[in-house]
Write a protein of this length. Structure first.
Lengths: 231, 415
């Protein structure tokens, strides 16, 4: 079963008097444990597509199944529950909760979303912080961490709830080239370790080279479906 | 829930200056309201206690129309002995009645053999009067504690009258009175003592023994002008008066209407209106506190939501339910209200302690040097504290609701 399956997916919205067709009949499927990159110029529909896959937005037409669920049918609360159970998010600006430590940020989905027992939480959070190389920074708050460190914590947070799918909208845009490559390498390593499917968007050609599947969007249409195997 | 409260506490600490400013506003409001309630409430209770316990009693029973013409102290509206006996039997059987005393009230001329003036006199049974108005003995000057305040042939002279007429304890004076048939009679009395004035009706009346009053007025039978009643519980006075009125409704005149009237102290003393005004002021002051808490907490929570829109978007995106986001912001308001309320109550306890130890006094009417006492009860503290917390909760609901309903995509795009 595909992790994501989109068929004739359309998304349009009103911006004042104008109807914007952000996605115009896109069809694709993403297999489990893939490392997929959406590329394309600004306004091509990358973020809109990621938002729909992440159950943050609904398609106007077509079919979108995520992990076998028709996400267009989910109401607000069901969508929140679905995201909390299955999808991890990594943001361009890291978006860590500023009043929580690195440990607490990673622990957040287990406490506030999945409500896991304390002992299980501690074990899982420590394992993830160890995996992303942030165990020694666990007690620091986001304002005490560098951009790369913050993104590592964000990756741990995205994976801590045993998410099957992680969506990352321009996860390296605010990082220098070396840090960006290390973050992509870390995401890849996490994919290999946990079998998680990673979908991310980027503008950076060097970053997109790291992807195993590249889906190119232009003007809301999928123009190129480039499959490759990483070395 | 712990995590929600932890997040709320840390977010409040994140904006320390704003939190401190809002908390200070709440604390000032709570202290102002509680101090006003403490001082005005104790003043009100003290004045009510003085008026009822040294003069009026809690409830009075008169013949119909007596109170309407009380300025002329009409002797033709006295109660007959047969009526008094039946009424007293009914009163003693009624629940909540602690003591009953009889009074004969009349106007007289007061002479020191050199000058003459008018005086309002109460004829009383000293022991029964002390049971219904237990502060009366305290108004009597120069009489040792526990000694009878009045013997037959003696008069207690209001202090202002005693000074004006230059009479003192032990002097002989004459009372001249007209009875209900128009016959004039006079009698000498020995001044037992001066009587401290108190604010309110009857506060400057003189007192003689009830038997002396009846002799002076040449009553052929022991009539009574008013029956003064002390209740076991002053808080219940209006309902008690209604119950007594109902139990005395059987006493009717020839026209078939009730022959007796029952009045609570509120109906007899103008201070009841001042007490009502104090209560109304307290309500207004509480309303101001509500406004302070509502505006300050709502303002701070609106700012908190506005500043954390992206954070809200992130929390929503990673699966936090709207109700949890609502709970996070409501908890901040709740915490702010609780802290402000608790600090305000603690500070008020300090302020009231300072007021009570400073020994401040004030004058009211004829009474001088009344100690300014600040008294607070646990229910008052609990009510005001709970009100502040509830208003803070209410004030944070709208911003919290807005936060919980935010579209995650719009929130994440917010700059």
């Amino acid at each position: 079963m595909s992790v994501v399956e989109a068929r004739d997916l359309v998304k349009s919205y009103r911006a004042g008097d104008v109807t914007v067709n952000a996605i115009r009949g896109v069809t694709f499927a993403i297999e489990p444990a893939s490392f997929v990159c959406f590329v394309g110029p600004s306004g091509s529909g990358k973020s809109t597509l990621l938002n729909m896959i992440g159950c943050l937005d609904r398609p106007t037409a077509g079919k979108l199944e995520v992990l076998g669920t028709d996400v267009a049918r989910l109401d607000r609360r069901a969508a929140a529950d679905f995201r909390g159970r299955n999808i991890g998010f990594i943001f361009q600006d890291f978006n860590l909760v500023p009043v929580l430590t690195a440990y607490e940020n990673v622990e957040y989905p287990l406490v506030m979303v999945q409500k896991r027992p304390s002992a299980e939480r501690a074990k899982r959070v420590r394992a993830l912080l160890e995996a992303v190389g942030m165990a020694d920074q666990a007690d620091k708050r986001p304002d005490q961490l560098s951009g790369g460190q913050k993104q590592r914590v964000a990756i741990a947070r995205a994976l801590v709830a045993s998410s099957t799918l992680v969506l990352a909208d321009e996860p390296t845009a605010n990082l220098d080239r070396d840090t960006a490559l290390r973050i992509i390498a870390l995401m890849k390593a996490m994919r290999s370790e946990f079998g998680t499917t990673f979908l991310f968007s980027t503008h950076d050609p060097k970053i997109m080279q790291e992807a195993e599947v590249i889906l190119t969007l232009e003007d809301g249409r999928l123009t190129k479906d480039d499959m490759r195997r990483a070395a | 829930m712990n995590t929600v409260m932890k997040l709320a506490a840390r977010n409040l600490l994140r904006y320390r200056r704003r939190t401190a400013l809002t908390s200070t506003l709440i604390v000032i409001g709570v202290v102002a309201v509680l101090t006003f309630i403490a001082v005005s409430g104790s003043f009100k209770n003290m004045m009510i206690g003085t008026i009822t316990d040294s003069m009026l009693g809690h409830v009075q029973v008169h013949r119909r129309s007596y109170v309407a013409s009380i300025d002329s102290l009409p002797l033709n509206l006295n109660m007959s002995p047969a009526m008094v006996k039946k009424v007293e039997e009914a009163l003693h059987a009624a629940p909540g009645v602690a003591a009953v005393s009889e009074r004969v009230k009349f106007g007289a001329m007061f002479s020191n053999f050199a000058e003459t003036t008018s005086i309002r006199v109460n004829g009383i049974d000293p022991a029964r009067e002390a049971a219904t108005t237990p502060l009366l003995p305290a108004r009597v000057r120069d009489v040792p504690h526990g000694a009878p305040i009045l013997e037959r042939g003696e008069i207690l002279v209001p202090v202002l009258l005693a000074r004006g007429m230059r009479v003192k304890a032990g002097d002989e004076v004459v009372l001249i009175a007209t009875n209900k048939d128009g016959s004039v009679n006079g009698r000498t009395f020995k001044v037992r003592s001066e009587l401290e004035s108190v604010t309110g009706p009857g506060g400057r009346d003189g007192y003689i023994h009830i038997e002396d009053a009846r002799e002076l007025l040449r009553m052929t039978q022991p009539e009574v002008s008013e029956l003064t009643i002390r209740l076991t519980n002053l808080d219940d006075v209006e309902r008690a008066a209604e119950r007594l009125a109902a139990s005395l409704a059987a006493f009717t005149n020839k026209a078939g209407v009730p022959a007796l009237e029952v009045h609570s102290w509120q109906r007899l003393s103008p201070f009841a209106n001042i007490a009502k005004m104090i209560d109304m002021l307290t309500v207004f002051i509480r309303a101001i506190l509500v406004a302070i808490v509502l505006v300050s907490v709502m303002n701070v929570m609106v700012m908190a939501v506005y500043e954390r829109i992206r954070e809200i978007g992130t929390l929503a995106a990673i699966g936090t339910r709207p109700t949890r986001i609502l709970a996070m912001f409501v908890s901040e308001g709740l915490l702010l209200g609780t802290l402000g309320s608790a600090a305000g109550i603690l500070l008020t306890l300090g302020v009231t302690a300072v007021i009570n130890t400073a020994g401040l006094t004030f004058d009211f009417g004829q009474q001088q040097g009344i100690p300014l006492v600040a008294q607070l009860t646990v229910p008052t503290l609990a009510t005001v504290g709970a009100m502040v917390v509830a208003i803070a909760l209410l004030a944070s609901l709208q911003p919290a609701w807005k936060a919980s309903r935010m579209d995650p995509i719009t929130a994440l795009r917010h700059v």
